[in-house]
Design a protein around this ligand. Structure first.
Ligand SMILES: NC(=O)c1ccc[n+]([C@@H]2O[C@H](COP(=O)([O-])OP(=O)(O)OC[C@H]3O[C@@H](n4cnc5c(N)ncnc54)[C@H](OP(=O)(O)O)[C@@H]3O)[C@@H](O)[C@H]2O)c1
Length: 265
């Protein structure tokens, strides 16, 4: 896509832009001269990113401090962005809970479902309908390679990411005829605060390689308007193809159960 601004301007709305993958989306989209709306709870972080990008790329950035788990979060976001044309939505904010599902706090597990599925669905509905009316726009959903099969000890998280993969691919079809592009980015293990926080898991014991945010996000941006879904990283793509075409789903679940339990200290 040569003219990202023409197709996806004026503003890109990115949730979870205070760190990791969301912050990198802000950086790469600013370089394409898109104006930005950055959403997260840590306003100071958002403001730092905003200041840097406004100066470097001469774009406009609005920062919104918001806990997306608040019941009025979507209403608040709509109210605070009503005056802007949002041409690109990246509902990226997410959280994970891992370990024994039944011993985990059920409220934390419920928050995973809300933040990872309900909120992206609602955002896609609200902003996708405006894009449909304007006959242009784009949505990049963030799933995970863990959403491509059931992963024991990440049971609820992997299920939430399977939902995102499913709804994103379906919306790609539904919205295409209205000029709205939808894609799903499924990163594998990526170096972010989320992964740094999983101190009880030794990912070195799993046959996966940690990627940096830059190539992950680049792949997502490139896929928009071209692909229904995309996985960054040759090893991740290979693992996905192996899983899909050589191993029955029940066997993959068992394999991941073995690998994750071995990696958990
Ligand atoms: N890292 C990986 O290996 C990996 C792999 C596959 C998929 N993903 C997905 O990528 C997305 C981004 O994660 P990341 O790895 O970049 O992690 P991260 O660095 O921890 O970023 C998570 C972002 O979500 C925001 N957030 C969390 N809870 C929120 C809430 N209640 N309200 C508003 N914002 C909230 C955080 O901001 P505040 O704390 O400031 O609110 C932060 O900006 C997630 O959907 C994740 O599932 C990550």
């Amino acid at each position: 896509m040569k003219n990202y601004y023409k197709k996806y301007g004026d503003y890109a709305l990115i949730t979870g832009a205070s760190s990791g993958i969301g912050k990198e989306f802000a950086v790469q989209l600013a370089a394409k001269r898109l104006n930005l709306i950055l959403v997260a709870r840590r306003k100071n972080r958002l403001d730092e990113v905003a200041k840097e990008l406004e100066v470097k790329y001469k774009i406009k950035v609005r920062t919104i401090e918001l806990d997306l788990l608040d019941d009025k979060a979507i209403d608040t976001l709509v109210l605070q962005t009503n005056d802007l044309n949002i041409g690109l939505l990246i509902p990226n904010a997410g959280m994970e809970v891992h370990g024994d599902f039944v011993t985990n706090d059920y409220k934390a597990e419920s928050n995973v479902v809300k933040l990872n599925t309900l909120i992206p669905m609602q955002l896609a509905h609200v902003f996708g309908s405006k894009m449909k009316t304007r006959k242009k726009g784009g949505i990049i959903f963030i799933s995970s390679t863990f959403g491509h099969q059931s992963v024991p000890y990440f049971a609820n998280y992997s299920a939430s990411k399977a939902y995102i993969l499913s709804i994103g691919q379906a919306l790609n079809y539904e919205l295409k005829k209205f000029g709205v592009d939808v894609t799903v980015l499924s990163p594998g293990l990526t170096k972010t605060e989320m992964v740094d926080g999983m101190k009880d898991i030794n990912f070195g014991k799993m046959p996966i390689v940690e990627m940096k945010v830059k190539p992950v996000v680049k792949k997502g941006i490139k896929a928009l308007g071209r692909k229904q879904a995309t996985i960054p990283g040759t090893r991740n793509i290979f693992m996905d193809l192996m899983g899909k075409f050589t191993t029955p789903r029940w066997m993959l679940t068992n394999m991941f159960g073995f690998l994750v339990s071995r990696a958990m200290k």
